[in-house]
Design a protein around this ligand. Structure first.
Ligand SMILES: NCC(=O)N[C@@H](Cc1c[nH]cn1)C(=O)O
Ligand SMILES: [Zn+2]
Ligand SMILES: [Zn+2]
Length: 479
């Protein structure tokens, strides 16, 4: 990548980051080795370990760290569990400087070798310049890049141009339980002197750097269908039973058609109408459909125009079916009728959808479908995650600083992009604190977040660290 006329101080920082890249990769390897999968409360011990390791790293940079208690939570299975704390930290402060608050998460999605990983998911493995491992891109790599950017300033005894606070959590992947309440609770204290909030937990959409001004939200549903007291032999009992799995499959099948249209009545009613001005924005974005299909390993998409594909990721809702708990999923031919199954699906939310309305629409619709089946089974619907979409003002000064930093490090103007996935706390940060919130991604379009090919390229990890160092500088120049 071309580096654009850095100042001599920036040049020193970049050289330091280049020279120490192996050490930065080693730290990422140590972090990836901690299986901080938050998907099940049984694994919260590892999340806790990861939170402590992160806290220690921030302390080593001179940070004052609080492990904020966020209490307990009833999980979808009914169990009440103590939640891992949230890191609220602050580096030594100078009241003449602006204050940047960096948010990130150190929990990860589940990963098992048998899911199809070519490498051990928790052993960071470098292949052709890519660092494969669960959490490499989502979100341990970017969190470390922020910390290493600070470390570079400190190692070179350069004054950090901004005050820095951190909010690092271990429950983002399951909807950031407790963080919205903590944000409200600390709005007049921790957040009072914060000028900017920045998040780096998403990806570019091409090999060109992107700057993100919107994300979709997410409503995550559990559909529980329960039958008799125990699982039964399908030969001995199949034929006269209302089978929970058949009910569930019918319910899941009623949600979305083959063209990706959501079938729940009323769901599109609140979706913000597309304006001519917005439609034009999509035309100039660099996004190669062939390259994209190749990256994600598919031969055909529902839409064949770039603009339609992007709009259906960014500005329209989508519904995905994720799995069935209680279903027989192992290899082999077990002839069982499960007595209780839980279907899981989520619906990405866009402006101006309201999760409260969506929950009602989905629940009523599924109960109607279920009633028509006249089954003896019982149906229960839960919505444990309700995250609103987030859209920012791209004219905010923070975006100016980020554009300049991107130009310095990558030599190009970024594409202004939105994100199809969800950072559950983004909307809350903006709504509660009224501060400027921005997303500054450093991860590649082909990083495979949540998949069995998750990776970050060494180049993005190291150039991303430089980008963050340059961003600190540019942010201070705004004053
Ligand atoms: N990198 C952000 C991310 O992956 N966020 C999750 C958060 C979430 C939403 N619903 C459940 N978890 C995502 O899937 O978008
Ligand atoms: Zn993430
Ligand atoms: Zn994620």
């Amino acid at each position: 990548m071309t580096t654009q006329a850095p100042t001599s101080d920036t040049e020193l920082l970049f050289n330091y980051i280049d020279k120490n890249q192996d050490m930065f990769v080693q730290t990422l390897k140590e972090w990836v080795a901690i299986e901080s999968d938050s998907s099940s409360s049984a694994l919260f011990g590892k999340v806790m370990q990861m939170v402590n390791v992160t806290a220690e790293k921030i302390r080593s940079l001179g940070g004052d760290v609080e492990l904020a208690d966020i209490g307990s939570q009833q999980m979808p299975d009914g169990e009440i569990v103590q939640l891992p704390p949230v890191i609220l930290a602050e580096l030594p402060k100078d009241s003449n400087k602006p204050t940047l608050c960096i948010y990130g998460h150190v929990d990860v999605q589940p990963a098992k070798k048998e899911d199809g990983w070519l490498t051990e998911p928790y052993v960071l493995t470098e292949i052709n310049g890519n660092l494969y491992g669960r959490g490499a891109t989502d979100n341990k790599g970017p969190v470390l890049a922020w910390l290493h950017a600070v470390e570079a300033y400190q190692a070179l005894k350069q004054d950090l141009p901004v005050n820095i606070k951190f909010i690092i959590e271990g429950l983002e992947e399951i909807g950031s339980y407790g963080l919205d309440a903590l944000t409200k609770q600390r709005n007049d204290t921790f957040f009072a002197d914060v000028d900017y909030i920045v998040i780096s937990d998403n990806i570019w959409i091409s090999n060109k750097p992107g700057l993100t001004y919107g994300t979709r939200g997410d409503c995550y549903f559990y559909v529980k269908v329960s039958g008799g007291k125990q699982a039964l032999h399908s030969g001995a009992h199949g034929g006269s039973l209302f089978e929970p799995m058949a009910d569930l499959i019918a319910l899941l099948d009623s949600l979305v058609d083959a063209k990706g249209q959501i079938l729940v009545p009323g769901i599109y009613d609140d979706v913000a109408p597309l304006t001519e001005e917005e439609r034009k924005l999509y035309e100039n974005i660099q996004f190669d459909l062939e390259e994209y299909k190749n990256n994600i390993g598919v031969t055909r998409l529902i839409y064949d125009k770039k603009e339609d594909v992007l709009m259906h990721y960014w500005r329209y809702p989508s519904l995905s079916i994720h799995g069935i708990q209680g279903a027989y999923a192992d290899p082999g031919s077990k002839t069982v009728i499960p007595n209780k199954v839980i279907g899981k699906f989520s619906m990405r939310q866009v402006p101006n959808m309201d999760p409260v309305v969506v929950e009602k629409q989905v629940t009523e619709y599924l109960h109607e479908i279920f009633a028509k089946r006249n089954s003896s089974n019982t149906l229960k619907i839960l919505m444990p995650i309700a995250a609103k979409p987030w859209v920012a003002n791209v004219n905010d000064p923070q975006y100016v600083a980020a554009r300049r930093a991107i130009k310095t490090v990558f030599g190009v103007e970024p594409d202004m992009i939105r994100e199809g996935s969800t950072i559950p706390i983004a909307w809350n940060f903006q709504d509660v604190t009224k501060k400027s919130v921005m997303m500054l991604p450093i991860c590649g379009a082909d990083d495979g977040e949540h998949s069995e090919k998750e990776k970050i390229s060494r180049s993005n990890y190291i150039e991303g660290t430089k980008l963050f160092a340059a961003f600190f500088y540019e942010l201070a120049q705004l004053r």
